[in-house]
Design a protein around this ligand. Structure first.
Ligand code: SF4
Length: 529
């Protein structure tokens, strides 16, 4: 209790302050507390009514505060080892792993320990979040492993059902029942992400993704050049990628593109040109992007090319310079999630092995006075306190070849994003592949930053509980209504359905929908219904 009081009262908080307090306590009592033990003790004291709940103290006791800073606890699970229809020459094959995964990657190790069982993977992850003091009531479930669409449908449905069962704490008789239970479950699913190939995306496939409750799709672009795609045996073309983006976007999914540097046949200059096409091509323009420089592994066909001199990885300096220049071209609506895949360095034969590549690129940008990256990730408020009165509404419209997108955000005076919404206005009903949403404007994403908070807890100025989400939705309604739409749809994750019900949306089949009244003083707008 004494240590907790000292941690609570300390001014100018830093990790050094924490160490000074616990070490001083250890000197005097012989007992050195870890953060996990302190969090346990704090919770017991609060439960017994001997201590008042304190969000600031909880934040100080978190082991890795960054993990849930965007307000949502990410839970990554892997599907069982299974064949992928792809034959990409850079993709490793390990016997006990799904295609493309390396056994000693952290997520893969956890999956293996749990025999790739979805229920066990989710349960152990939730336990470890709780044990380290993180709130995990809002869960973004990331399902990884080869190509999702290549697994049998009944396996995919069972897999999602068992993940939800783990979040619900009870077993269900069907996927539909598990989804219904999750609406009010202690751990709610606020996002469901899968990864697949562009040529696996079809109307039938996206209907199935909606049935499962998927809200975000990771899609391998890898290159915007058909020659490079063919050389690397990707088995699809750039036109396949465009078609997949169109279908997914029109159906309201958030799209995370994967783009690779240093593929076989590429040069730093061709990569630089190629990267720019990801955003200059109006069919692509992803919401998020993972930049994966090719990591050369022995368990790939590419390794033979390396041995016989046909392939050479870029050195570290070349790669850093390339990515630093690429980052200057990222628009404000896109989030660069990663610039290196988390492959443990002993697996990498040659080329970059530094997992802190992102930081090295940031340093390089500053040292060489290059244009700063404007991407969403570089502008998030993170754990910073925000004053609602100081936030400014920023509306960024941009075009794709099937719709007009609005990236609507609330930004601080320092241009940091406290929350944002993605609104899609399709150019015509013909571009929308699902009847249910043919005449609707679509909210594809609402995201408000702040550490993940227990449902109903007070947040004292952090972005999540300032009603920003509702204000963003109101702004989307205004824009859609003024553009002549009479319906607004949202691709709501299962665990957010009650939130949208409170905002006037109703569940239709795969989406939630709200009727929009026409604007009073403008009768000249086109009626979209
Ligand atoms: S599609 Fe993906 S998982 Fe399949 S071989 Fe290619 S890179 Fe590997």
């Amino acid at each position: 209790m004494q240590v907790l009081e000292r941690i609570r009262a300390a001014e100018n908080w830093s990790h050094k302050t924490y160490l000074a307090i616990v070490n001083d306590h250890a000197k005097r009592t012989g007992r050195l507390f870890s953060k996990t033990e302190l969090m346990d003790g704090y919770r017991k004291l609060v439960g017994m009514g001997l201590m008042a709940p304190d969000r600031e103290l909880e934040a100080r006791l978190l082991r890795k505060p960054v993990r849930t800073h965007s307000g949502v606890a990410p839970v990554t699970v892997l599907t069982k080892p299974y064949d992928c229809p792809g034959e990409c020459i850079f993709c490793p094959t390990f016997v006990r792993m799904p295609k493309s995964y390396v056994p000693d990657e952290p997520g893969a190790m956890r999956a293996l320990q749990n025999d790739f069982d979805p229920w066990r993977q989710v349960t152990s992850r939730l336990r470890s979040f709780e044990a380290t003091g993180h709130t995990a009531n809002k869960v973004e479930l990331l399902i990884l492993g080869g190509t999702w669409s290549a697994y049998p449908r009944d396996y995919r449905e069972w897999f999602v059902q068992r993940c939800l069962d783990a979040m619900n704490g009870v077993d269900s008789a069907s996927l539909e029942e598990a989804q219904r239970l999750n609406e009010d479950a202690p751990y709610r699913n606020v996002g469901l992400v899968i990864e697949t190939r562009p040529d696996a995306v079809s109307v039938r496939e996206i209907m199935h993704l909606r049935k499962l409750g998927v809200t975000k799709v990771q899609l391998g672009i890898q290159s915007m050049d058909d020659r490079i795609l063919a050389l690397n045996k990707r088995g699809h073309t750039v036109e396949d990628t465009r078609r997949a983006f169109r279908l997914l976007r029109a159906a309201g999914f958030k799209i995370v593109g994967h783009w690779m540097a240093n593929l076989y046949g590429a040069t730093p200059e061709s990569d630089y040109e190629d990267f720019q096409k990801v955003f200059s091509d109006p069919a692509i323009r992803p919401d998020e992007l993972k930049i994966y420089p090719n990591s050369l592994l022995k368990e790939t066909e590419l390794y033979q090319y390396y041995l016989d001199g046909r392939y050479q990885p870029y050195d570290e300096a070349t790669l850093i310079d390339l990515i630093a220049r690429c980052k200057a071209h990222v628009p404000r609506y896109c989030r660069i999630n990663r610039i290196f895949r988390d492959i443990p360095s002993p697996n990498i034969v040659e080329g970059n092995k530094k997992t802190n590549l992102r930081q090295l690129v940031q340093n390089y940008i500053v040292e060489h006075d290059l244009p700063r990256c404007q991407c969403l990730r570089c502008r998030e408020v993170r754990r910073q306190k925000v004053r609602a009165s100081e936030l400014r509404l920023d509306i960024l419209p941009y075009e794709t070849d099937i719709n007009r997108e609005f990236f609507i955000s609330f930004v601080t005076p320092e241009d940091k994003v406290a929350g944002f919404l993605r609104l899609s206005l399709p150019h015509s009903p013909e571009v929308v592949p699902i009847d249910e949403i043919k005449h609707a404007a679509m909210i594809r994403e609402v995201h408000v930053y702040g550490p993940a908070l227990g449902l109903g807890k007070d947040s004292r100025g952090e972005a999540q509980h300032r009603g920003l989400g509702a204000r963003l939705v109101a702004e989307a309604e205004r824009i859609a209504r003024e553009a002549g739409y009479r319906q607004l749809a949202v691709i709501a994750a299962i665990g957010t359905r009650n939130y949208y019900r409170r905002l006037g949306f109703e569940l239709t089949e795969f989406y939630m929908m709200k009727s929009l009244r026409p604007p009073r003083d403008n009768f000249s707008l086109i009626n979209r219904q």
